[in-house]
Design a protein around this ligand. Structure first.
Ligand code: GLC
Length: 389
């Protein structure tokens, strides 16, 4: 463990700490609360021994949960009315992001943090909403209602439904339009979008992973069973030829097959016995310099994909939070520990070389997006795993 790394991480988080108790992702570009970012910040704070901040941030992140269990992904806690028209409501967004809060509760508890019951209950309710009320795809995957719910906003996985070639401006307009077609519960929770009915392997993997971790932690058999069922459906989506998991729904014959790093996230719920071969292939892809591997962390899009663009937002560079999740998945399977260690070491190198950027070029660590970005402090979690370089 590198004490300097931990010191800088603590500084980045301190500088971006905001009332009433959350870390903004970046002071200028992202001044508000984003759901999955805050969950990562909470785990890093727990790792740094700052239990109060860890609990405060998770509390804040889950505080806008509604009666259906739905958790909005953005909160404007400074009283700003920005984007109110876009979301059709004040103070929060009207869609969610991956439910990292469930894994975060367990990560905090494992570090000796006393997690209030209310946080545990809210995490469970958030998962239940996604597992029981969110529409499933024909193959049983959890649908997202909007690309922003994935957290991987401009991933080539969405290309088929975004009306053609990637264009930042046009995509933004299309994303605005897609908000209008979301079908909601009477209370306003997003359930389904007929214009974007994507069974996302990445999002489903994060739901299953959260449910497995929290279910195991609490001894909640029904949560555990729901996780295992979803994990089983996810492993049916493995394509041995393309060596990726395929999304279900309208993109399954097209952009839902693009090889992206986030599409490998089902490794998080692999059964070490049954899925050993697939996990080995995922690790090999992430470790192969002609596929994803890079000296500063894995690329987010496979290098041989036509859409691969090493410097572009969600079209190629390395993203620290995706790298962390992949590492969590790989390190739980013994055979691939060396590849997992290399991935972790490369990501830590990328975080430092890029100056704690939001994302960076896998080949030279050149920074991209906002800087410093709070979630890049997840490097301190991965610093423990870099036994192999
Ligand atoms: C971008 C990312 C999203 C993240 C947000 C704040 O919109 O795509 O995943 O939550 O920035 O960091």
């Amino acid at each position: 463990m590198d004490p300097d790394l931990r010191k800088t991480a603590a500084q980045v988080l301190d500088d971006q700490w905001r009332p009433p108790g959350f870390t903004c992702p970046n002071a200028t570009t992202y001044p508000w609360l984003w759901l999955w970012d805050s969950c990562f910040h909470a785990v890093v704070n727990a790792e740094l021994g700052r239990a109060d901040r860890a609990v405060a941030e998770l509390t804040c992140a889950l505080s806008a949960q509604d009666g259906d269990g739905f958790v909005p992904h953005l909160q404007y806690l400074d009283g700003s009315h920005a984007h109110q028209e876009l979301w059709g409501r004040p103070r929060t967004s009207s869609i969610t992001q991956p439910p990292i809060y469930a894994a975060a509760v367990v990560e905090l508890a494992e570090r000796g943090v006393e997690v209030p019951d209310e946080l545990v209950d809210r995490s469970r309710a958030g998962l239940r909403f996604l597992l029981e009320h969110r529409r499933r795809s024909p193959a049983g995957l959890v649908q997202i209602v909007h690309p922003w719910e994935s957290g991987c906003d401009h991933s080539p996985r969405w290309d088929d439904l975004m009306g053609g070639e990637f264009d930042q401006g046009e995509w933004f307009d299309r994303k605005g339009a897609l908000l209008a077609t979301i079908e909601r519960s009477p209370g306003g929770a997003p359930l389904h979008n007929p214009a974007f009915p994507v069974g996302s392997v990445a999002f489903s993997a994060l739901v299953a992973h959260g449910a497995r971790r929290l279910g195991t932690h609490l001894g909640d058999r029904s949560l555990r069973a729901a996780a295992e069922e979803l994990a089983g459906d996810l492993f049916e989506r493995w394509d041995p030829g393309r060596r990726t998991f395929i999304d279900d729904g309208p993109t399954s014959m097209g952009s839902g097959r693009v090889r992206t790093a986030e599409a490998l996230l089902p490794v998080l719920v692999a059964d070490p016995g049954r899925h050993r071969r697939i996990v080995g292939e995922v690790a090999a892809e992430l470790d192969d310099p002609d596929a994803f591997a890079g000296p500063y962390g894995p690329t987010q899009v496979h290098r041989a994909e036509p859409s691969y663009s090493p410097g572009s937002y969600w079209r190629g560079p390395s993203w620290p939070q995706i790298d962390l999740l992949l590492w969590w998945g790989l390190r739980s399977v013994g055979d691939v520990a060396a590849a997992a260690g290399r991935l972790a070491a490369a990501t830590v190198r990328g975080a430092v070389t890029s100056g704690w950027a939001e994302y960076w070029d896998s080949d030279d660590g050149a920074p991209g997006g906002a800087r410093p970005q709070s979630w890049t402090t997840v490097a301190v979690l991965m610093d423990q795993g870099n036994e192999t370089t």
